[in-house]
Ligand binder design. Structure first.
Ligand SMILES: NC(=O)c1ccc[n+]([C@@H]2O[C@H](COP(=O)([O-])OP(=O)(O)OC[C@H]3O[C@@H](n4cnc5c(N)ncnc54)[C@H](OP(=O)(O)O)[C@@H]3O)[C@@H](O)[C@H]2O)c1
Length: 197
């Protein structure tokens, strides 16, 4: 399969690209890679899609949100997190649907904060929950046998700089998260959230 991984230079994106690389043609994109895209810019997405042409699967491993105490969060903070993590991936699905071959798939990235809170994680929880509901609903309406899932990991074992913010949470190896992306791309599931940890 020809698979586009967006955010492939990041922790989760690298895990996804590595898991897929043995059996698939993997195109790696991000704001600074050889294939450039900014998921917060519709025009940038259109440019990339025209550049790469028809695809069998698209994996998105992006999403930046502010981490602040609830009392300090402004409307702008919520908008920033929503625009980046939620609308970035939603717009990708909207714009890239015509570029997927019949039976192709989208795999989005959410995270454990959709189901368990941490201190300062309100915007992340909101974004992850919104995306997971989007996946459930979009799966039912996508045309031509297209599928859509989300990978929703706990904090990575390798992301040691985050561990203090996730006390007592199960830490997940990047390799296991990579396998979840592979399962989403090669499997038959749709509308599913692959939760790890
Ligand atoms: N790390 C964890 O433990 C963990 C656990 C659960 C969920 N998550 C979620 O997984 C996602 C990725 O996390 P990560 O830790 O892998 O992040 P990361 O290491 O910072 O990587 C982010 C990747 O996305 C690219 N990127 C960022 N903004 C982009 C944009 N607007 N358009 C296109 N590419 C963009 C980055 O490259 P450029 O800067 O070159 O664009 C990079 O390749 C986030 O949504 C995060 O909440 C992470």
């Amino acid at each position: 399969m020809k698979v586009l991984v967006i955010g492939a230079s990041g922790r989760l994106g690298a895990a996804a690209a590595e898991a897929l690389a043995d059996r698939h043609e993997v195109l790696e994109a991000s704001r600074s890679g050889e294939l450039r895209v900014d998921l917060t810019e519709a025009g940038s997405m259109e440019n990339l899609l025209q550049q790469v042409g028809k695809l069998d699967a698209i994996v998105a491993c992006t999403g930046a949100v502010p981490f602040k105490p609830l009392a300090d969060l402004s409307e702008e903070d919520f908008k920033a997190g929503f625009m980046d993590k939620v609308l970035g991936q939603v717009n990708l699905v909207r714009l890239a649907t015509p570029y997927l071959n019949d039976g192709g798939s989208f795999t989005l990235t959410t995270g454990v904060l959709a189901r368990e809170p941490i201190n300062t994680g309100v915007v992340a929880s909101l974004a992850n929950g919104a995306l997971e509901s989007f996946v459930m609903a979009a799966a039912a309406e996508l045309p031509r046998g297209l599928r859509i899932n989300a990978v929703s990991p706990s904090v990575l074992e390798e992301a040691t700089n985050y561990h203090d913010y996730f006390p007592g949470f199960t830490k997940v190896p990047a390799e296991a998260v990579g396998q979840a992306y592979l399962k989403s791309v090669e499997g038959i599931q749709t509308g599913k959230v692959f939760s790890l940890g």
